[in-house]
Design a protein around this ligand. Structure first.
Ligand SMILES: Cc1cc2nc3c(=O)[nH]c(=O)nc-3n(C[C@H](O)[C@H](O)[C@H](O)COP(=O)(O)OP(=O)(O)OC[C@H]3O[C@@H](n4cnc5c(N)ncnc54)[C@H](O)[C@@H]3O)c2cc1C
Length: 503
């Protein structure tokens, strides 16, 4: 990776006075870097800066360093629409970071990023028509102030410093080591150790086969199972197009369309014939585990397919680990931690040297930044989302909240187009302030949670939903999480339908 991309900023820059930019992007993860690209392409001449808390770019792919860390969706759709992906569909964090570093270098985005800047507050002044953003430098504790006309929040949805670990009885009794995948200790040697991984999601499914080769044994302990989809880590269509020497730009676009087409069919079938889809998914698992394995208990979830993200398991590596005896799966509940491991509610005790809590994230709302509009603190739970990206009563601000079941980046690209279109529209109108506001006839509109829990309900969202903005019961106040409708609707949204107030 190019060192200049990660170099800390010189200390004398920190001493400079308040700097002003047209647009300030928060976060240099996949969304922030994509936002910068769109801004450069679609709004040339707009001045902007990216402020990033960490010492380098990558966000999720830099924070997570556990064994085997990889994407669980394909990179043809998780990659940007504008930069061909040329590797295997499921990629390691290192490969994703390399791809991002190319985007940054090829587009000269590096000179716009300030690392080690943690944004702590953002205050909008309607009189000055600007945000004042205060950032604390994490490398030298200095406090810097920036102003901007538009704030583009690309800070993700969870707290990067620390993952979520439930409070279990007796945790302090355990004599081994407890680690969370989000804060993986560099010195953790698990060679020959008995490892117990608590969790059933994509993270657990990745860690288990990766640790199984060196550990004495890895046990996956889950309260309830998750759906997985298995297959080769290859895309036949991409391989064929490459054999035919089709240019990579075309291959990227064609393969994206094919994957998205197949996913739309999968989503529809999961709604219309969930039991058939369930059987198909379980048959994929069965082919690795054999007829005698109790798939009903360990791999058949209570929910219907697609209600939570379906993680892709390349070459069934998790199941191969179980088949070989290097890994095993236990479906039960924790009663208490003990000195030696975990006592289950069934009365069985699992012994371990290391316990990995793959139990998820702590959702945070807009990067834990303290927001104010004209001196009043903003409580995002009291706001209503406009197109799932702006918020009532909060001017000149957009948040990139991507898709969960489709790749996150598909929405980051769509919102990139939307923000650029909005900025150009403001310029044409001579407006310096745009605020979503419910129209008079919408004041009594039924308000719903930010994400419909009937439709999608992972633990971190359920735990944090009360802190998130609301959505309405019709457009443009809905947050559908549906790429297939938004890809057509978002670019055509009427900016002058009265839901946005321009001043
Ligand atoms: C292990 C893991 C695997 C995943 N795999 C997939 C996948 O395969 N496919 C998929 O679609 N999604 C996946 N996701 C979801 C993933 O988080 C998103 O897809 C995507 O990477 C999020 O990008 P982002 O840039 O929006 O946010 P993030 O990656 O969270 O990056 C946000 C950045 O903002 C910075 N930041 C936050 N707050 C502040 C602040 N106050 N001041 C300054 N900087 C701040 C952070 O340091 C970070 O660098 C995965 C998530 C995890 C945790």
């Amino acid at each position: 990776m190019n060192e200049t991309l990660t170099r800390p900023q010189p200390a004398d820059a920190a001493a400079a006075a308040t700097e002003h930019f047209d647009v300030l992007i928060v976060g240099a993860g996949i969304s922030g870097v994509g936002g910068a690209y769109h801004l450069q392409q679609q709004c040339p001449g707009t001045s902007f800066v990216i402020l990033e808390n960490q010492a380098s770019f990558g966000g999720t792919w830099r924070t997570h360093r556990y064994p085997g860390i990889r994407s669980d969706s394909d990179l043809y759709t998780f990659g940007y629409r504008f930069k061909p992906w040329t590797g295997a569909p499921i990629a390691t964090a290192e490969e994703i970071l390399r791809y991002m570093s190319e985007v940054i270098e090829e587009n000269g985005i590096d000179r716009h990023i300030r690392y080690n800047h943690q944004i702590v507050s953002a205050s909008w002044s309607s009189a000055d028509r600007r945000w004042t953003v205060v950032a604390k430098r994490t490398d030298n504790e200095e406090v810097r102030t920036f102003t901007c006309g538009f704030l583009w929040m690309c800070q993700g949805y969870y707290r990067h410093e620390e993952g979520y670990t439930p409070e279990w009885k007796g945790m302090d009794r355990f004599e081994g080591r407890i680690v969370h995948p989000q804060t993986w200790p560099e010195d953790l040697d698990y060679t020959g150790k008995r490892v117990l991984v608590i969790g059933s999601g994509a993270t657990a499914a990745t860690i288990i086969p990766a640790m199984a080769s060196k550990a004495a044994h890895v046990t996956m302990l889950q309260r309830s199972p998750t759906f997985f989809i298995t297959g080769r880590n290859a895309n036949e269509l991409a391989d064929l197009l490459r054999q035919l020497k089709v240019p990579e730009e075309w291959t990227h676009e064609i393969v994206r369309r094919k994957i998205l087409h197949d996913q739309a069919i999968f989503a529809r079938r999961s709604r219309e014939e969930p039991e058939v889809v369930r059987k198909e998914l379980l048959a994929g698992v069965r082919q690795y585990l054999g007829e005698d394995f109790d798939i009903g208990t360990h791999f058949s979830p209570r929910y219907r397919p697609w209600r939570q993200r379906v993680a892709f398991i390349p070459d069934g590596d998790l199941f191969q680990g179980v088949r070989s005896g290097k890994a095993s799966v236990v479906t039960d509940e924790i009663d208490t931690f003990t000195e030696k491991g975990i006592l289950l509610k069934s009365g069985k005790e699992l012994e371990a040297d290391i316990i990995v809590t793959a139990t998820g994230f702590n959702l945070n709302v807009l990067g834990d930044v303290a927001f104010e509009v004209d001196g009043k603190p903003v409580d995002f739970a009291q706001t209503v989302g406009y197109l799932g990206t702006m918020f009532t009563g909060v001017p000149n601000m957009a948040w990139v909240f991507g898709y969960f079941r489709a790749s996150w980046t598909l929405r980051a690209d769509l919102i990139g187009d939307f923000v650029c279109r909005l900025l150009k529209h403001m310029e044409e109108k001579g407006a310096t302030m745009v605020t979503p506001a419910l129209r008079p006839e919408e004041r009594n509109m039924e308000l719903r949670p930010w994400v419909d829990p009937e439709d999608f309900n992972p633990g971190y969202l359920v735990r944090g939903m009360h802190l998130l903005p609301k959505q309405g019961d019709h457009e443009p106040w809905r947050h559908t999480q549906d790429y297939w409708s938004e890809k057509d609707d978002l670019p055509k949204v009427d900016l002058d339908d009265g839901a946005l107030r321009f001043e």
